[in-house]
Design a protein around this ligand. Structure first.
Ligand code: ZN
Ligand code: ZN
Length: 391
């Protein structure tokens, strides 16, 4: 399909060229005019094919699992960003886990058993909706070794904080946990939450050469944060949801290789795309989110090597609208991310591509680090009378 305003797939990086079409219109490239910043030390295939490209030592690979927002579509999962770290452990960290993001994770052929570190920016459901799936279902499909470790901010009172949220999710999974313990390791259905003060900029995670720093952001209600990840001289900053705000700029000091910042289209465009009233769309934008011009302003203050936008219900109208408004204040490299936009970050370069994946790949269990002997559960006594004999 060819759409007015977008380039055909085979056309590439050229300043006069319009942006690539989104994947849901047949595009194959990251939506940007600058997919490569710097000079890569190796050649990257045109598309990222899961399982065919190993992460190099010292490299960071950042993949957008969910580029969207509360309007979950088949094209866009709710908010989630995956970071694969090129340390000896090949650690995997995920920032937010919105609905649909785990289906995208499965498509990457990465081990389910390694996905046990989740950093939440805030407790809006479009940033944590797949946590039930990770704790409950993913324990059945390979997350075998132990709990999900969850980091997240405090609230202005205990019931608004991450600790309370994690306990409540655990309670909500009472039936699933009781029903599944035995056949699967009950330890793998637990959540271990680390709640930290939302008001401070401070290191909340430090292991295997990876540091994660949380900083406050301005979004909806006190108790929202963004994160900065540092590894081997490379850095990635994720805004979560926010209005343009200073703590992110300050936390980005010293240079940032990739900054993924949220961005909403103008209220009229959001209303047209989503069916919201113009009043609701205006309130959502002004009270909680970043306009394209404001995102451009943040980028001009931070000057990241590569910038990315997310949290937008993408459409053929919205993409060029965001780009042209942002370009009035910023002319550096910017990617309008979509699901499965992949960034490879090295000292030499930052490269943005789209992954090419199968739609029907089940999650890859991975190797358990400890043996667990499944136990056959004892059926309830009343089943004996109610089951229909087959033979
Ligand atoms: Zn959100
Ligand atoms: Zn939010």
């Amino acid at each position: 399909m060819i759409t007015v305003g977008f380039a055909q797939n085979e056309k590439t990086n050229n300043e006069s060229m319009p942006l690539s079409a989104p994947v849901f219109l047949g595009g194959t490239k990251a939506i940007t005019l600058t997919p490569v910043v710097g000079t890569p030390r190796r050649e990257y295939a045109e598309r990222f094919i899961p399982g065919e490209e190993r992460l190099e030592d010292g490299e960071l690979r950042v993949t957008v699992l969910g580029s969207g927002n509360p309007w979950v579509t088949r094209a866009q999962a709710s908010a989630s960003i995956l970071v694969e770290v090129g340390n000896a452990e090949r650690d995997i960290l995920v920032f937010d886990l919105g609905s649909g993001s785990l289906a995208n994770y499965a498509s990457l052929k990465l081990s389910v058993n390694k996905l046990n570190k989740v950093f939440l920016t805030h407790l809006h459901a479009d940033h944590m909706g797949d946590l039930l799936t990770l704790v409950g279902s993913y324990a059945k499909v390979g997350r075998a070794d132990g709990p999900v470790y969850l980091w997240g901010p405090s609230g202005t009172e205990p019931r608004l904080g991450t600790q309370h949220f994690a306990q409540a999710i655990g309670e909500a999974l009472a039936w699933d946990t009781a029903a599944s313990s035995g056949p699967i390791n009950p330890e793998s259905m637990k959540i271990v939450a680390s709640e930290f003060d939302f008001r401070k900029t401070h290191v909340v995670y430090e292991k295997n050469g990876v540091n994660v720093t949380a900083f406050p952001v301005v979004h909806s209600l006190s108790g929202s944060v963004g994160y900065r990840l540092d590894f081997s001289g490379l850095s990635f900053v994720f805004s979560g949801d926010t209005l343009a705000s200073w703590p992110l700029v300050k936390a980005s000091k010293g240079g940032v290789d990739l900054l993924i910042h949220e961005c909403f289209p103008p209220a009229a465009a959001l209303a047209a795309a989503s069916g919201l009233s113009i009043e609701r769309a205006t309130i959502a934008l002004n009270a909680a989110h970043t306009s394209p011009k404001a995102a451009g302003k943040v980028f001009s203050l931070v000057k990241p090597r590569m910038a990315g936008l997310y949290h937008t219900l993408l459409s053929v109208e919205v993409i060029p609208m965001i780009d042209s408004e942002l370009r009035t204040v910023y002319d550096g490299p910017v990617v309008q991310t979509q699901d499965l936009t992949v960034f490879n970050i090295t000292k030499e370069a930052v490269v943005a591509r789209q992954a090419k994946v199968s739609d029907q790949l089940p999650p890859t269990p991975g190797e358990p680090s400890m043996a667990y002997k499944p136990i056959q559960p004892t059926p309830p006594a009343w089943w004996a009378d109610e089951r229909i004999p087959v033979d």
